[in-house]
Ligand binder design. Structure first.
Ligand code: ASP
Length: 430
C-alpha cells in the first residue's frame, strides 16, 4: 500500500477514534488517546530535527550551483512578488466571503458569554505573546544573523536562509578546485537528510493517527456549534483559494493539470494537516517538489524554505475571516477602508507568522489591534471568541500554506526553465 494511502487511512481512523471518544463521552478512551499523544509529538520532533541541516545544505548547493549570481536576485525578486500577490488574493477571498456570508451576524448573547468565559484567560496569554512580537524594522534586522551558529541552534529560519545564500553565493565564485569539494560535501549532507526523511516518513501513519485522534478527542465537534458558520466560512475560503487561485495559476503559469498536481502533493498536504506546521512539513515539501514535480534543486531549495517562513495564504485568509467575524460580532458593520487595511495588515502579518502550530492566532492579535482601533473593543475579547475552533482551522490553513508554497515552486521553476529555453515555447498561432 502506498504511503499516502496509509496516511489517509490513519487520518480517517484517527478522526473516527477521536469522535467516538468525544461524542459518546467515553472518558477512559479520551484519556488513552490524549496519553499517547507524545508518540505524535516525538514524530514531529524527528522530522523537525532534519529541517535545519536540510535547508542549510540544500540552499548552499542550490546557490553554489546557480552559476550566475544575478539569477539569484531574479529568482528572489520573482518569488517574493509572487508570494505577496497570492497572499493578497487569499485575503481578498476571505473578505469577500465574509461580506457575503456574514458569519458574525447570527451569534446570540448566551453563546458569546459562554465563549468569553471559557477562553478569556487563554486569550490574554495570546495577547501577551503578540505584544512581545518584534516590530517590522526589528524583523528585518534580525534577518542578518550576528552569529549563524546561534541562528541554527535557535532554529531561526530567516537568518539561516540569509547566511546560507550568502555563503552559497560566495562558494559559487570560487575556483573549481575549491568549489567542488564544498559542493560535494553539502550535497552529501543533503542526500543523507533525504534518507532520514524517507525513514521518518515510514512512521507517519502512526503519528498521524495519534495526532488527529488526540486533537478530536480533546476538542470534539461540540465546540464548533456556535462557531460553525465562522469555521465553515474559513474552510470554504480555503477551498476556493485552492480551487480557483491555485488551479488557474497551475494551469496558466505552471503548465500543470491542477488535479494531477494536487494528486502528487497529497503526502505533504496530509502531513501539514496532521501536524499544523509548515516547518515540520518542509523536508517532505522539498522532497515532493523535487521528486514528484520535477522542480530543480536551485528553485526548490530557495523557494520552499522561504515559503514555509513567509508565504502563508491559508493563514492570511483565515485572519481576514476571523477579523471580519470578530468585528461583526463585537462591533457591527465594517467600513471598506477598514477592510482595505485588513488586506494590508493580514498580508504582512502572515509573513511574520512562523510555520508552527497556532502561530496564526498570535499574529491575529496584531491585525485585530489595527482593525479594532478606536472601537473600544480589546483584541483579547476577539481572540476569546475564535480560540475554540482554532486548532481545527490551523490544520486546514496549514495544508493550504504548504500547497501555496509548492504551487510557487512549480511556477518559478517553469519560468526559469522557459527563460533558459529548457521548455520549448509553442509559438502563438498567427
Ligand atoms: N500553523 C501554520 C503553519 O505552520 C501557521 C498558522 O497559521 O498558525 O503554516
Amino acid at each position: 500500500m502506498r504511503l499516502h494511502t496509509q496516511i489517509t487511512i490513519a487520518l480517517i481512523l484517527g478522526l473516527a477514534a477521536g469522535l467516538v471518544a468525544n461524542l459518546l463521552g467515553i472518558d477512559p478512551l479520551t484519556d488513552a488517546l490524549v496519553a499517547i499523544e507524545p508518540i505524535g509529538t516525538a514524530w514531529i520532533r524527528l522530522i523537525t530535527m532534519v529541517v535545519i541541516p536540510l535547508v542549510f545544505a540544500s540552499l548552499i548547493v542550490g546557490t553554489a550551483s546557480l552559476g550566475d549570481i544575478t539569477k539569484l536576485g531574479r529568482i528572489g525578486g520573482k518569488t517574493v512578488a509572487y508570494y505577496l500577490a497570492t497572499t493578497a488574493i487569499a485575503v481578498s477571498i476571505g473578505l469577500l466571503l465574509s461580506n457575503l456570508i456574514q458569519p458574525g451576524s447570527g451569534m446570540d448573547e448566551a453563546a458569546l458569554t459562554g465563549l468569553r468565559s471559557t477562553y478569556g484567560a487563554q486569550s490574554a496569554d495570546r495577547v501577551d505573546l503578540a505584544q512581545q512580537a518584534p516590530s517590522m524594522v526589528e524583523v528585518l534586522l534580525a534577518m542578518i544573523p550576528r552569529n549563524p551558529v546561534r541562528a541554527m541552534a535557535d532554529g531561526d529560519m530567516l537568518p539561516i536562509i540569509f547566511f546560507a545564500i550568502f555563503f552559497g553565493a560566495s562558494v559559487s565564485v570560487l575556483p573549481t578546485e575549491k568549489r567542488e569539494p564544498l559542493v560535494t560535501f553539502f550535497d552529501g549532507v543533503n542526500e543523507a537528510a533525504m534518507v532520514m526523511i524517507h525513514w521518518i516518513m515510514k512512521l507517519a501513519p502512526i503519528a498521524v493517527f495519534v495526532l488527529i485522534a488526540a486533537v478530536i478527542a480533546r476538542f470534539g465537534l461540540d465546540v464548533i456549534g456556535s462557531l460553525g458558520v465562522y469555521a465553515i466560512t474559513v474552510v470554504i475560503g480555503l477551498l476556493l483559494h485552492v480551487a480557483l487561485t491555485y488551479a488557474l495559476i497551475l494551469k496558466y503559469l505552471a503548465g500543470w493539470r491542477p488535479l494531477d498536481f494536487l494528486r502528487r502533493i497529497r503526502e505533504p498536504q496530509l502531513i501539514a494537516f496532521s501536524t499544523s506546521s509548515s516547518n515540520a512539513t518542509l523536508p517532505l515539501t522539498m522532497e515532493t517538489a523535487e521528486e514528484e514535480l520535477g522542480v530543480s534543486k536551485e528553485v526548490s531549495s530557495f523557494v520552499l524554505p522561504l515559503g514555509a517562513t513567509i508565504n502563508m495564504d491559508g493563514t492570511a485568509l483565515y485572519q481576514a475571516v476571523a477579523t471580519m467575524f470578530i468585528f461583526q460580532v463585537l462591533v457591527g458593520d465594517i467600513s471598506i477602508a477598514t477592510q482595505l487595511m485588513i488586506v494590508l495588515t493580514a498580508t504582512l502579518a502572515s509573513i511574520g507568522a512562523a510555520g508552527v502550530p497556532s502561530a496564526g492566532i498570535i499574529i491575529l492579535v496584531l491585525v485585530l489591534e489595527q482593525a479594532l482601533a478606536g472601537t473600544g473593543v480589546e483584541p483579547a475579547a476577539g481572540i476569546a471568541l475564535v480560540l475554540g475552533v482554532d486548532r481545527i482551522l490551523d490544520m486546514c490553513r496549514t495544508a493550504v500554506n504548504v500547497t501555496g508554497d509548492l504551487t510557487a515552486s512549480a511556477v518559478i521553476d517553469r519560468s526559469e526553465k522557459l527563460r533558459e529555453g529548457r521548455i520549448p515555447v509553442v509559438p502563438a498561432a498567427t
